[in-house]
Design a protein around this ligand. Structure first.
Ligand SMILES: [Zn+2]
Length: 85
């Protein structure tokens, strides 16, 4: 599955140039807008925010939300999508 990311400037599709998993629940992605006139590049983050179905092979070392600096609950999902839909 490919993660879709829209450019914050021209709203065109961005390509994930590369990404790196920093923790078991946190990945950094380097993005590049595919619109040649725009040319925006940026850095984004993928995070696991909660367990929706427990693992059949739970990892006792995983404490959850290792990326403490990420504001997991800063923007309610309804507010996040309101501007686009
Ligand atoms: Zn763009």
């Amino acid at each position: 599955m490919t993660m879709r990311w829209d450019c914050p400037h021209c709203e065109g599709p961005c390509r994930v140039r590369t990404s790196k998993q920093m923790h078991s629940d946190y990945r950094v992605a380097y993005l590049q807008c595919q619109n040649p006139i725009c040319g925006w590049c940026g850095k984004g983050e993928y995070i696991v925010t909660e367990t929706t179905s427990p693992s059949g092979m739970p990892n006792s070392n995983y404490k959850g939300q290792l990326a403490d600096h990420v504001p997991y609950r800063l923007i309610p999902p309804d507010d996040l999508f309101r501007s686009k839909r």
